[in-house]
Each structure stands twice: as structure tokens, then as C-alpha cells.
Write a protein that binds this ligand. Structure first.
Ligand code: NAD
Ligand code: GLY
Length: 369
């Protein structure tokens, strides 16, 4: 049986690039090597992904382009590695390689590897190419697309970074087979986000296929990835630098980032949430706040909670996090203006908007449950 043909999504704009989605893409050396302009390649990955896929990517690249000078750089897996210190180590790896301005970084991993590698690519010699090779569902549907790159600092998530569009995104759906189920579901939270913020039909489709998606059905996942990428591509083409509508992609993120920061970017455990899980809780809180402010029907908040629950995602703040502390974290969100909270809220499924001057008392009431 032949493998299904890959799906392609084009991202237009000043720096156009393609997103390729399909099984086996990481073994296609020519597909990878066509994006390398010079001779220097840095393969960045993490300690969970590298043992599974790094050697294969290197071999495929070298077979297609034996002249390449390839180095590897592996970070400890997890959000705790998305730091200025790890960023510095990636920069040192580029220096050790002698990477020139036509160098290319391949970011092989989830959003942590993708965000950090993209930021290193944005900064090395004021900008070299980065090809995103996302290996989590979350990275395939969100973080690899759109050129947001960053690291975290103790004061907050993604507070240091740059916009630096990738040269290409290549998503090999085969790798989802090794992704822990909890990470698969975390990616589904970002998939739900696209339906919740702007596509009621997609939301309905996700409701119908929740069981298959959460069980990892490859055909359903490929469709969900392609539909999500089309949504994201359309928004970032119109607003690459988040001057307006791109902020809608942050539905649930101001609450979610506050949870992640308050947890101290600790490894996800029984109580600590990973990024996608925090976004799931954040979307429910944003919906609840919208209902409390009289902007949206309570029934839509219930439908959102029910869909997330059916995908085995959390919908409540983990115990032990204090509402006032979470609110303090939210005050440092990048969307805020003049010290006032600016949040993505909704008018119901498929109708999100950015709301300025949100009263802190209303937010605190929602955080306090
Ligand atoms: P992650 O990168 O930490 O990956 C999750 C875990 O899965 C890691 O332990 C990783 O090693 C492992 N893993 C990855 N692929 C695997 C595979 N195929 N098989 C086995 N294990 C695998 O987490 P994530 O959820 O991918 O990304 C979260 C990050 O993405 C956060 O830092 C978030 O801020 C960022 N993000 C960025 C954007 C953006 O636009 N730049 C958008 C959304 C999220
Ligand atoms: N994940 C939010 C954005 O890319 O804008």
C-alpha cells in the first residue's frame, strides 16, 4: 500500500513558506535539504526526541547533500529548558560550527525546541534560516507556524523573543506514534482553540470525532492538523506581527501562561499542567469570564468544557494556585496596554475578540471559582 500524499499549506506574506504534512517526511533527505542555502546545518533537538529521530534526519540530509557540515545540539526535554541559558548554549553551538549567514537550523522537537531554535536563528548573525520539524501535535498545529520565537524567564512565559518566520515547516505524522498520550491531548487543546475562536463547523467536527482524535486515529489527526494550519496560516498572513487579529490565537493563553508561570515551568505531573493543558483550562476561564460579563451564553461555555473533557483535558485550575498570584502574573501579559488587562474573550463558539480594560475584580472572581 502506498503512503498517502502529503498535504501542503502555503503561508503567504513578505516571507512566504510551505507547511508539508504527511507520513515519512523526515526520511525524505531531498525534501529536507532543498531548504539549506549554505553548508552549515545545526540540528537542534531534545533528550526525548533525539534518541528516536535525530540520527535518521541526519542520515537523510547527508545522503541528499554529502557536502553539508552538520552539528547536533540536544537540550534536556521539557519547558524548563526554554531559558536564556539554553539559548546561550545553542548560540555557542552555532559558533563552534562556524555557521555563516547562510546557515540553517533544523528544529526537531516540540514547541520548546521550536521556540528556542527559532530564537537562536533570529539572533545568530542577526538572522539565519530555521526549518521547523515539529514532533508534537501541538507544534504541528501551532508553534511551528507563524514565526513566534521565544524563551521564558522566571517573571513570565515567552517574554524574551522575536518574530522570525521559518524557512519551511515539515511535519512527519509518523512521529505522533511515539508521542505520549498526554502530549497528544495537549495538542488537541490548541486544535480546539481554532474552532472556539473562529470556526463553529470545525468545533462541531471535533465534537463528532473526539473519541477517534483522542485515541490517535491517524487520518483524523492529519485532517485536524491541516485544518488547524490553514486557520493559523490565514491569520498570520494577514497579521504577522500581532498588530491586531493574531492576538485571537491567544484565546485562553493569558490565563494559561499565568498557570504555567506560577507552577515555575515544572515538569508536568499529577498537579502541574503542560502548556496545552494550561491552555485548555485558560479557554474555559476566558469563556466563563465572557459569560460573567454578559458577553456570551453560558451554554457555549458548557459545550467547550464538555468537548475538552471528552478529550481528557483539564478544565479547572490545579489546586494550590492562588487567584491573586495568578492575577499578578496576568498583569505581565504581552497583550496588556498601559497597565490594563487586555484579554481574548468570546461571544460564543467561533466568535472571539480582544477586549481592552477588563476589570481585575471580574477576573479575580473567575480565578477564585
Ligand atoms: P514540548 O516541546 O515540551 O514537548 C513535550 C514532550 O514531548 C517533551 O518531553 C518532548 O521531548 C516530547 N516529545 C516531542 N515529540 C515527541 C515524539 N514524537 N515522541 C516522543 N516524545 C516526544 O512541548 P509542546 O507542547 O510541543 O510545546 C509547548 C511549548 O510551545 C511551550 O513553550 C509554548 O509556549 C510553545 N508554544 C509556542 C507557540 C508559538 O507560536 N511559537 C504556540 C504554542 C505553543
Ligand atoms: N500561538 C499564538 C500565535 O502564534 O500567535
Amino acid at each position: 500500500m502506498t503512503a498517502p500524499s502529503p498535504l501542503h499549506v502555503a503561508v503567504a506574506g513578505d516571507h512566504p513558506y510551505s507547511i508539508t504534512i504527511g507520513p515519512g517526511q523526515l526520511s525524505d533527505g531531498h525534501a529536507l535539504a532543498q531548504h539549506v542555502r549554505g553548508r552549515h546545518v545545526l540540528l537542534v533537538s531534545d533528550s526525548d526526541v533525539a534518541p528516536l529521530y535525530l540520527a535518521g534526519v541526519r542520515a537523510a540530509l547527508m545522503q541528499a547533500r554529502p557536502d553539508l557540515l552538520v552539528a547536533e545540539h540536544v537540550l534536556p526535554a521539557g519547558e524548563a529548558s526554554k531559558t536564556l541559558a539554553e539559548f546561550g548554549r545553542a548560540i555557542d553551538a552555532l559558533a563552534a560550527l562556524g555557521a555563516t549567514r547562510d546557515a540553517c537550523i533544523f528544529a526537531l522537537g516540540g514547541g520548546v525546541v521550536g521556540d528556542l531554535s527559532g530564537f537562536a536563528a533570529a539572533c545568530w548573525m542577526r538572522g539565519v534560516d530555521c526549518v521547523q520539524l515539529p514532533t508534537t501535535l501541538l507544534a504541528m498545529v501551532d508553534s511551528s507556524v507563524g514565526g513566534k520565537t521565544a524563551v521564558d524567564i522566571p517573571a513570565g512565559k515567552n517574554l524574551v523573543g522575536a518574530f522570525h518566520p521559518p524557512r519551511a515547516v515539515i511535519a512527519d505524522t509518523h512521529v505522533l506514534a511515539t508521542l505520549p498520550v498526554r502530549e497528544l491531548r495537549a495538542g488537541l487543546a490548541e486544535v480546539v482553540k481554532y474552532g472556539a475562536l473562529g470556526d463553529p463547523d470545525f468545533f462541531d467536527w471535533l465534537q463528532q470525532h473526539a473519541d477517534g482524535l483522542s485515541a490517535g486515529d491517524a487520518t483524523l489527526l492529519a485532517e485536524a492538523i491541516a485544518r488547524s494550519c490553514r486557520h493559523k496560516a490565514a491569520i498570520v498572513e494577514r497579521d504577522p506581527l500581532e498588530k491586531g487579529e493574531r492576538a485571537l490565537l491567544n484565546l485562553g493563553h493569558t490565563f494559561g501562561h499565568a498557570i504555567e508561570t506560577e507552577q515555575g515551568y515544572s515538569a508536568p505531573g499529577r498537579d502541574a499542567l503542560n502548556h496545552g493543558e494550561a491552555v485548555a483550562v485558560g479557554m474555559v476561564l476566558a469563556a466563563r469570564l465572557s459569560t460573567a460579563m454578559g458577553r456570551a451564553p453560558a451554554a457555549d461555555e458548557q459545550r467547550l468544557s464538555a468537548l475538552l473533557t471528552s478529550l481528557n483535558l483539564p478544565t479547572a485550575i490545579p489546586t494550590g494556585l492562588q487567584p491573586a498570584a495568578l492575577l499578578a502574573r496576568m498583569r505581565l501579559d504581552k497583550k496588556n496596554v498601559a497597565g490594563r488587562l487586555r484579554l481574548v474573550l468570546w461571544r460564543g463558539i467561533g466568535q472571539a475578540d480582544v477586549v481592552a480594560d477588563v476589570e481585575e475584580a471580574a477576573v479575580l472572581a473567575v480565578l477564585a471559582g
